[in-house]
Structure formats: C-alpha cells, structure tokens
Design a protein around this ligand. Structure first.
Ligand code: NAP
Length: 270
C-alpha cells in the first residue's frame, strides 16, 4: 500500500475493459475523482501505459489485472482478487464484446464471447462484490448495458439479448439493495465512437455522425447521472421520463398477466 492509498478515502474503483473506449475514460475520470484503481482487460501494454499515465497525472495507486473475462479461470481469478480487496468501493462492469450481423452468420465462438463477456463476467463480478458492499452498507456498482438492450436490430440479436439481460439483472440488483446505501446504476449508452464498432464488423462510418457521441461525453454524462442519483442513465436521451414510462408499461403489462385464465380473444371455453 503506498501513500496515496493510505490517504485515499474514496477507496478503490475497479474498471473492466479499461484498455480502450468507455473504460479508459472511466479510469481517467475516476482517478481524477481521487479513486485508486484496478484496471482489467486483456491488453497488458495498453493497461500498463494507462496506469502509468494515471499515477503520474493524479497521484493515485493503480494496479492492473490482465485477464480474459471470457475464460473461466481468468474470470475466477479476477472475482477472487476483487472479493479479497476490502478497499474496493466501486466496480464498473464495462468490458463488452459485440459482433453484429445475422445470427445465422454468427460463429459459435463469437456468440459465446458476447454471452461470456457481456453476461457471465458481469454477473460473476457483481456477485463477487455486491454482497460485500451490502455488508458494509457502502459501495457503487455501475453496469454498462446499451440502448440495444431494449431495442432489437436484425443485426443485433445476440448482442441485444446480452444487453437485455444486463438491464434485467441490474434492475433486480437495485431491488435487492433498495434498503441499503449501496448504489447500483444501469448505464445505457447509444452509439459511441469507440473501437467496438470496427470489431463488431460494422464500421462506425456507416452511422449518421449526428447520432454518435464521444466516449468522453458518454462517461461524463453517466457520472453526472450517478451524482444526480439516477438509477438508470441514458446519456443521449433528452426526455428522462421516457424510460420511466417504459418501466411503467412493463409493470402494467405484468399486472395484466396476473389473471390465471386465457384472455377472452383465445375463445377457450370451460
Ligand atoms: P471497446 O472500445 O471495444 O472496449 C471494450 C473493452 O472491453 C476493451 O478495454 C477490451 O479490452 C475489453 N474486453 C473485451 N473483451 C474482453 C475480454 N474477453 N476480457 C477482458 N476484457 C475484454 O468498446 P466500448 O464501446 O468502450 O464498450 C464498453 C461498453 O459499452 C461495452 O459493454 C459495450 O457493450 C457498451 N456499449 C458501447 C456502445 C458504443 O457504441 N460504443 C454503445 C452501447 C453500449 P481488451 O481488448 O484489452 O481485452
């Protein structure tokens, strides 16, 4: 433990997928806010160079965990590491994988990668830390979903499925910690200018530039949403009531399903 760690009362923030895109910006902004950091991704060189810059710019303690979150042994290693580190007060489950295109063209490996990184790792790491947050009655979990979690494109079948899971799981966690001081935020970015597009097979240049946000704006808005106490932050959506209306419609639909008998339009007679 170095001097900056001892002096730090914010604690340590873990950022998965910190080597690029949104995760890299989260790492910068959280360091700026005075958090020590644990940076997780596969690209050791990128993590080390980011860590060196953050130590020098902000004087915080930064350690790196090189891990492939789609690999069970690496995931368990990260889960065990963060469970054992009592200084952790914030986790950003940001790492994500995306391959877009028809589900019929999607290889088993690419489908599994999305399921493992976007869902299995996010769930495992949430489980590794939230019980500790709950026991301490302190801590913040930020899960990164996507607007494609509530809207399907024909090319986003599996990706949308994973992000729909993230939203549903995160809302469940929010209910589970409702009586505590633990904060769970769901962040739902729309198109943001990161490498994920190129990796997904759809270059960002095909999108209307007016629909694409910078990663800096996206993370700054998401952290502003966190500061405002938003449970769900949609950085690009002007009318914040829209998501509440969407959730209210889902609740009304659930209520309407609690009937115990087929709807009259099916003509089932007893
Ligand atoms: P990105 O630039 O491609 O960065 C993805 C990060 O995740 C990288 O640091 C990458 O690091 C890490 N990662 C990917 N697979 C990994 C694995 N198997 N193990 C460990 N780390 C892994 O993407 P981004 O746009 O910043 O995405 C961040 C999050 O935002 C994702 O959850 C994404 O789904 C979500 N999102 C993005 C957009 C958008 O338009 N950009 C929109 C909505 C939601 P390594 O390659 O070094 O492992």
């Amino acid at each position: 433990m170095n001097d900056s760690t001892k002096a730090n009362n914010k604690g340590t923030a873990v950022v998965t997928g910190a080597s690029a895109g949104l995760g890299k910006v989260y790492a910068d902004r959280l360091a700026q806010r005075g958090f020590d950091l644990v940076l997780v991704a596969r690209s050791q060189d990128k993590l080390e160079s980011l860590a060196a810059g953050l130590r020098s710019d902000y004087g915080v303690a930064v350690r790196t965990l090189v891990a492939d979150l789609s690999a069970e042994t690496d995931l368990e290693k990260v889960a065990a590491d963060i469970s054992a580190d009592a200084s952790i007060t914030l986790l950003v489950n940001n790492a994500g994988a995306s391959t877009l295109g028809s589900v019929f063209d999607l290889s088993d490996a690419k489908r599994d990668e999305m399921n493992k990184v976007n869902v299995t790792a996010l769930v495992r790491l949430s489980h590794a830390i939230v019980p500790q947050f709950k026991a301490r009655d302190r801590g913040t979990l930020i899960n990164i979903g996507s607007v494609l979690g509530f809207f399907n494109l024909p090319i986003s079948t599996v990706y949308s499925g994973t992000k729909g899971y993230v939203a549903s799981f995160t809302h469940g966690l929010q209910q589970e910690v409702a009586e505590t001081k633990v904060v769970v935020q769901l962040v739902l970015p729309a198109a943001t200018a990161t490498d994920i597009w190129e990796k997904s097979g759809v270059p960002i240049t095909v999108l209307d530039p007016a629909s694409v946000m910078t990663p800096e704006d996206c993370v700054d808005a998401a952290l502003a949403g966190l500061d405002l106490g938003e449970a769900v932050t949609l950085p690009a959506v002007e009318n914040a009531e829209l998501y509440a209306a969407y959730q209210a419609a889902a609740a009304a639909l659930f209520g309407a399903s609690q009937n115990g008998k087929p709807a009259s339009r099916y003509g089932i007679k007893h």
